[in-house]
Design a protein around this ligand. Sequence first.
Ligand SMILES: [Zn+2]
Length: 340
Amino acid sequence: MGGGGLESNVSCRNISGRTVWKEIIKAGKIADSTGASFSSSITKCLGNGVSIKFWNDIWFGSERFSTLFHRLYMLETNKDASIAERITHSNGSSVGNWCWTRPPTGRATNEITELNNIVSSVTLSDKQDSWKYNLDPTGIFTTKSLTLLINTPRLGSNALSLSIPRNKLLPQKVYIFIWRAIQKKIPVRLEIDKRGIDLDSTLCPLCELNIETTEHILSSCPKTALIWKLILDWWAQDYSLISNLNDAIINKQPFALSNFGFSIWQATKWITCYIIWKHRNLKVFSKKTWSPGSIISEIQTQSYSWISKRSRKKKSIEWHQWLINPSFFVADTPHRVGFG
Ligand SMILES: [Zn+2]
């Protein structure tokens, strides 16, 4: 897992009125009592790390480190330690300042490798830590979103799904896969391990270097990062556009696109996630070779087929034009009509 997490590229709002947030959190607890999961929709954004708990607050990615690195968490002497207590700077880089009840052994050593990687990518600043509200793309709390959450308690624990609109260019199975991925419900090795099923390894089956999390397998694994690089090459876009799961899945208008163009871009990204997962399974269960070239070809062919079949627009994009650079046809300029 590298280069940030779900929140890393989303700007954090520095909330000045802490009492206001106290009131919001209080209201959120009422929402939680209805079965909604409001409290988990507020995440902390890292500043100096003094007021954020290293293990028990969500501050990197979408899970608490106490869950993600549960073996290490068991060895932690101070489970409420702050980030500032656990990350220090040494010779210009960030390093872990660990305090274990005993040195990590066995699988915990895999976790410490992963955790050290994350820690080395974290930079603490002089600013105070801040808060971010996840149910709104702006990060700003609104009573409307709280009402929505209270009124949909069954979806509460899956609150992020509320921010994922349908994309009519996609088959249902792709949408469902994305919906499950966001809720950490695809059976990556870490999730299976957390459910108490004993695995030989929790390492990613593709790179065998890092623990297989949803974020890792769909975005930050070196093997899948290469797929994203090839996708961005194909769309003639900057490589920095997709560096984490948030970039790969959550709605984001990264370059000038018409509404329809955005749907095509989003569909392409979601189909890419779907096909990455399919080939991950083929490698695990059928020992099939991971081949970036053929995976990209499959993404191009499959996305063209699904998107063109579901598009209601009359004019169809030429296959060879789709292959050269789809972004040309979906850009937000009137003379570039693409499918429509
Ligand atoms: Zn990997």
